[in-house]
Every structure is written in structure tokens, then in C-alpha cells.
Design a protein around this ligand. Sequence first.
Ligand code: NAD
Length: 370
Amino acid sequence: MDTRRDFLQKLGISSLVLPFMPLSGLATTKTEKLYDGPVLRVAIMGLGGYGTRVAEAMKSCVKAKLVGVISGTPSKIKDWQAKYSIPEKNCYNYENFDEIKNNPDIDAIYVITPNALHYDQVIRVAKAGKHVICEKPMAVNAKEGQEMIDACKKANVKLLVGYRMHFEPKTLEVIRLRNAGEFGKIMFFQGQCGFKIGDPAQWRLNKKLAGGGAMMDIGIYAINGSRYMVGEEPVWVTAQETKTNPQIFKEGVDETIQFQMGFPSGAVASYLSSYNINYLDRFYLVGEKGFAEMQPSTGYGPIKGRTHKGELTQPHITHQTVQMEEMAGIILEGKEPIVPVNGEEALKDLKIIDAIYLAAKTGKKIPLKL
Ligand code: NAD
């Protein structure tokens, strides 16, 4: 058992993820499953595509457990109750979920609904006195993001955002190498994030629910990724928008935006965010002494990457499982993640998105103060 744990610790992965990591050639013992520490009891709000993925991933968690649901669709609640053994008393809808404040069996709510709904829902959860995990983008602009942070502070609850890449082993290895000076002075980052969006009727293409277009959904990965890959906060941004199909990408819903940012050290970055180009999932970091290339860089994995020294070989673990395990540690034990996942971290991305939209509209270089 110790050998296995030591091995994982060398990989930089919490020993608490041991039970769901099949490592061939290493003995597994039942004793590893005997976790008797605190468990974060989570209710998921929004039982759609990503909510389902998180629920499935949580089956392998030992520190976090799915115990409740909030949904507007009674039939979905019934299905989830049966599938995840959720008691009736932990089921709510969008009208009555403020009553969660009287439920001592739920610690945190994970908000996984369309982007523009996060603001109101997170504030209501905070008022109910429960910790909040919110999907990205945390809000649809920085003003709302700040108000969400303030509401959670006032209610004395934690606000975390679903930045699953902040716990991904190959990503963390690149950050470790950069901090150790392996790439030398960082000079350049390139981030490309996009896919061809389908059904024109979906909420992702409705400004009222999505708050924008590709930038809100997928471009945010390139923005956030550059911040953790370069290891600095950007100080200016320029942007150019291209729209080939105004029928699908209506006013306020961006199709493709190229943008550029500059960092205090002099490092520069260029990005592409698109709902009209497939196979865009690539990060490239260049320093004076070396480079890191990740492709895919932010998909569900396995993430693939190499540096000037060779392939990155850290193991793939289901992102959402590790995220929930680590978030339980942050909420219950005050653990500090290597890259923050709190509201303040998400607010920086929202300030950048506000500035990108302004830069694309005005054609001006916009200074950033994060
Ligand atoms: P989805 O459409 O699959 O699910 C959204 C859910 O919200 C549905 O169950 C829907 O019924 C519910 N909902 C509640 N009120 C609604 C309303 N007024 N209109 C439409 N739906 C409503 O979407 P999704 O892919 O699960 O995305 C949800 C959130 O998760 C988004 O913020 C998205 O950015 C985020 N997300 C994050 C990741 C990630 O990797 N971190 C991946 C996918 C989605």
C-alpha cells in the first residue's frame, strides 16, 4: 500500500484518489478504500449534459458524495433518485430550492445550468447558507461576478468554480517545470480553443442564456490557460471578430474571435476562440530555454503533451473526479490548490472577457487591471 501511495505522491496526485486508480503491476488492497474523514455532501443544480458527467465521475470520489438534486423536470429527478439513491427530502426545483437552508444533510450546491442563470442561482444558494461550486463562466460579466463573490463572502460560504484543468496532472507538471525555470524566461503563448457548434436552437446560441458566444463557452479555456501557463496576469488585450453566419450567430453571440494579450514580463500571447472550427484544442508555451505543447489541452482527456525534454507521461484521471475530490479538501479542510479555483480567479477571466468584447467592438487596445 505504501509503495502505491508513494508512487502516486511522486506523480503529485492526492493519495485520496487511490481507490479509483487502477495501476497495473501495483498491488491494491481493500484497506485503501477505508476513508473515514469528512465527506462533502453535494447537490447538483441542472441535470443536463455536464451535470450528468459530474454525477458519474463523483461515483469514484471518496471525499465528495452526490446526495441531492435541483431540477425543473420531475421525471429527471425521479431518474436521478433511482440511479444515485437520492432521498426525496434532498430533491428541489428552481422555485423552492431556497429551502435548502433548512436541510442539514447538504453542504454544497454545484450549479451546472446555462451561464446567464449562474448569477441569480449562486446568490440564492449563498443566501441559503450553502457552499457553492459554479460552472464556468462563473457569470456573464465582471460586474455580476463581483456581486456573486460579495454575496458568498457576506453569507460566509465558499465560492469555487469548475476549473477542472487546475487539477489535471500533465497541466500541473508544465506549471511545475515553468516554476522550476526549465523553460527559461517565458516569451510566448498560443491558445486555440474551438469546435463547430450544432443545433442552432440550443441555449449556447441564445445571448439571454449564454451571455455571449464561443468566448463564454470555450474561449475562456484559452484565456484561463494562458494565465496558468505563462504564470502572470495580462496587462492589455486587442481583439478581432469574424462572423460568417449572422443567422446562427446573432447579435451578441460571437462566432470566432482572435485576440492577443501582453504580460508584465513582456511575454505576448495569441488566441483563437471559435464555434465554427473543429479540432481546435491546443496550447503552446515557449520560453528562452524550451517549450511545452499540449494537444488536446483542455478536452476531457486524456490530455497529451510534450516539452523540449520529451513526452509528458502523468496518468489520466477523470477530470471531474479529481476536481470534486480536491474541492472537498478545499471546502472541508481549507486545502490550497496549486492554481486557485475561487471566485476571484474566475472574476479575472470575466474582466478579460469584458475587455475582449470591448476591444473587438472598438478596435482599440484595452488596458487590463486584474
Ligand atoms: P445542458 O444544456 O446539457 O444542461 C443544462 C441544464 O440546465 C439542463 O438540464 C436544463 O434543463 C437546465 N436548465 C435550467 N434552466 C434552464 C433554462 N432556463 N434554459 C435551458 N436550460 C435550463 O448544458 P451543459 O453542457 O450541461 O452546460 C451547463 C453549464 O456547464 C454551462 O455553464 C457550461 O458552460 C458548463 N459546462 C462546463 C464544462 C466543463 O468542462 N467544465 C463542460 C460542459 C459544460
